[in-house]
Design a protein around this ligand. Structure first.
Ligand code: DMJ
Length: 714
């Protein structure tokens, strides 16, 4: 490639200068930066040529090739730019007509202190406002030195983890081969590797698919779920960026939310997914940016600024639309909602029944927004669902996975803690914790369910004796299926959270409420955690399959049976423990799911056993080794995680950014980052505060009396 930079340096000459002063490894890394930088300068030259205006490059733009800038161009490229002002909205229409006029306006806007879209105003690209007010001729004169400075700083890595992700082949990191032990590991260093993975993923998305709801990292394309986009990836990823202190990316996301996100779309959406991801994401961003300003450089509540209370306003608008799902004859929400029509819609299959987990995994979000807005109906509608579900009087707290919104009865007898059942159980204990343990009904329900899990679903594998939670597809009177969705791996962490209330195990043991039951629950959590980790160890890539089967006795061993699994997973491919696990060919995909690292995070925080961090690090390295996409695509889910090289699915799930990477980050963080006894984390890893119910809210229902199995006494 015979690319020349504007200063007359041949690319190879530039590299040879560098080679005299840097190590070969550094040069290799820098080579990509040189290419990106030259590309950036080429683009800036092109822009200058197009505009025939040598002063058209604003001096505080680090790179014209960077995705943030491309995003700005897209925003400014609109003929009418809508900006929010306080509680109202205003429209700035371009002053110049035609295509060139549009470009002219964009350029002028770059120099206009009054424009509301300077996304690079924040750190690390901050410049005093006075610079922007200088006459244009002064900036024109500074253009070349500034570009030169940027070029040099880029070489020196001064922009740190900025927006320019190197674009070449699949990244290979030297640290992947490191072999520090737990005692010598630098966890803050490891946490930085997670931030890098996040920025690679986000930057790829921003570069190729900004504003799209889906991202296909291999083909480098986006796809919309709704005509204008739902902010699916942006809103889901937002609070992770806030936690990671990725200031400029937060600004980019916030800007998109402010100017491009509207829920007023004639679109049917999943009540559950939209609540946990979008409503949850906005509420968490609101919470983090207001409660932890040191983590969130952009306060949500910035009086008088455009988009004041932006996240909360968007959340309220969305909640007003989603709450229509609860307007069913029973109060159990419909599976879908049409956002523009404020209208709930039954599911297309399963006789119109909703998934049980989906109807009972909305409560944290609606209760929190009720608390924030004082709108009691959000609370009441979400809570009513719990009463209707409980009034079915299921045996031992185990609910079938479908429920009719029409009359609130269950459909079928399929019982499992995997898909469609999982987060019913999760939100029982989290509702209890969210309101500072002021609603004991949810603890009672959780305890009953966990007893039911032990009695009907827990068994042990052969020959090694791992603990599993199986399924009862035909009800409790019929056979146990020794199958675990990866989704079930939220359970070890949630059991530990319930047993300790979010305190460390050592602290919790000192509480007067600590009993043998808590002790036994922690033991169950430890055993299940090991089983879930085994799902990773069993696979060729070190990444778990979507579904794992187990070898069990016939009839299955009861929960009380002795069992003694090996403490470690022998790496020998013929090791005995491998006989306990099995994965069917059609289940080998890995969707970048979070549940196991989520549980590792809880187990580390609660037990303090460093092995959980070590397992997390090993898992993280497997993701880096096998899911990285060439040419700056970020990371992809896999269609077969039991094959090397692993074929990719060409999809990045939004929960990769919202959950999986966030839990890795938290696992390697100090314990005071989101302290577990102060927050509840929703099922999509969005963090909310715990709070007192106060005068306005109360548990508006009581359980009907029932016998020892949970059956309602007539
Ligand atoms: C997420 O959307 C949530 O964690 C949900 O509860 C289950 N499925 C995905 C992640 O696997």
């Amino acid at each position: 490639m015979n690319v020349r930079d504007p200063f007359g340096l041949h690319r190879k000459s530039a590299l040879s200068i560098l080679r005299t002063t840097a190590s070969q490894a550094a040069v290799d890394l820098t080579e990509r930066a040189v290419e990106a930088s030259i590309h950036a300068i080429e683009k800036s030259k092109q822009a200058v040529d197009e505009l025939d205006m040598s002063f058209s490059v604003p001096k505080n733009v680090p790179s014209f090739g960077n995705p943030q800038r491309l995003a700005e161009d897209r925003v400014w490229g609109n003929t009418a730019v809508t900006s929010r002002g306080g509680k109202g909205a205003s429209t700035n229409t371009n002053k110049n007509a035609g295509i060139l006029g549009g470009v002219q306006d964009r350029v002028n806007n770059l120099f206009d202190d009054r424009n509301t879209l300077p996304m690079y105003k924040d750190k690390p690209y901050a410049y005093p406002a006075s610079h922007r007010a200088r006459p244009i001729w002064r900036r024109k004169r500074l253009l070349i030195p500034v570009l030169l400075l940027i070029f040099v700083l880029y070489y020196l890595g001064a922009f740190g983890s900025n927006h320019d992700t190197p674009v070449s082949s699949a990244p290979v990191w030297a640290w992947l081969t490191g072999s520090e032990s737990a005692s010598t590991a630098d966890w803050s260093e490891r946490r930085e590797r997670v931030v890098e993975a996040f920025t690679l993923s986000w930057d790829a998305y921003e570069r190729y698919a900004m504003g799209y709801d889906e991202f296909h990292p291999v083909s480098k394309k986006g796809h919309q779920m709704a005509p204008q986009g739902m902010g699916w990836i942006i809103v889901d990823a937002l609070d992770t960026m806030i936690l990671m202190n990725l200031t400029s990316r937060v600004a980019t996301a916030r800007q998109w939310i402010s100017t491009s996100l509207s829920y007023d779309q004639d679109q049917d959406v999943s009540t559950f997914e939209t609540t946990i991801r979008m409503l949850g994401g906005l509420l968490s961003a609101h919470y983090l940016s207001n409660e932890f300003p040191e983590l969130a450089p952009l306060a949500d509540d910035d009086p008088g600024a455009p988009g004041e209370d932006l996240y909360l306003e968007k959340a309220k608008d969305l909640a007003d639309r989603l709450v229509a799902a609860f307007d069913s004859p029973s109060g159990v929400p419909y599976a879908s909602v049409n956002l523009a029509k404020y209208e709930g819609l039954p599911a297309h299959d399963e006789g119109g029944a909703s998934s049980t987990a989906e109807t009972t995994t909305l409560q944290l979000e609606f209760k929190y927004i009720a608390k924030l807005t004082g709108e009691k109906y959000f609370w009441d509608k979400a809570e009513k669902v719990m009463e209707v579900v409980d009034n079915n009087g299921v045996q031992d707290g185990l609910v079938p996975i479908f429920i009719y919104a029409t009359d609130g009865t269950f459909r079928g007898q399929n019982i499992r803690l995997g898909s469609r059942g999982d987060s019913y159980y999760e939100y029982l204990i989290k509702q209890y914790l969210q309101t500072n343990k002021q609603e004991p009904v949810y603890l009672e329900m959780w305890d009953e369910s966990l007893r039911g899990v032990r009695k009907h679903l827990v068994t042990y594998t052969e020959p090694s004796g791992f603990t599993i939670i199986g399924e009862r597809p035909d009800g409790l009177k019929n056979a146990l299926s020794p199958k675990m969705d990866h989704l079930v791996c939220f359970m070890p962490g949630t059991i530990a959270l319930a047993a300790t209330g979010g305190l460390t195990e050592a602290e919790a043991k000192k509480q007067p409420t600590w009993t043998k039951k808590n002790e036994a629950d922690m033991q169950l959590a430890r055993e299940l955690m090991q089983t879930c980790w085994g799902m990773y160890k069993w696979m060729a890539t070190g990444l778990a399959a979507e579904i794992t089967y187990f070898n069990i006795a016939d009839p299955p061993l009861p929960e009380s049976a002795p069992h003694n699994p090996p403490a470690k997973f022998d790496e020998d491919p013929e090791a005995e423990w491998r006989k306990d696990y099995n994965v069917h060919g059609m289940d080998t995909h890995n969707l970048q799911r979070p549940e196991t690292v989520e549980s590792l995070f809880y187990m580390w925080r609660i037990t303090g056993d460093v092995k959980y961090r070590e397992w997390g690090w090993e898992m993280f390295k497997s993701f880096m080794n096998h899911t990285a996409v060439p040419d700056g695509g970020g990371f992809s889910s896999l269609s077969n995680a039991n094959k090397i090289p692993a074929p990719m699915r060409d999809n990045m799930e939004s929960f990769w950014l919202a959950e999986t990477l966030k839990y890795f980050y938290l696992l390697f963080s100090p314990n005071d980052v989101l302290p577990l006894d102060k927050v509840v984390i929703n099922t999509e890893a969005h963090a909310f505060p715990r709070f007192d119910m106060g005068q306005l809210f109360s548990t508006g229902w009581k359980r009907k009396p029932r016998d020892s199995e949970g059956n309602i006494i007539a």
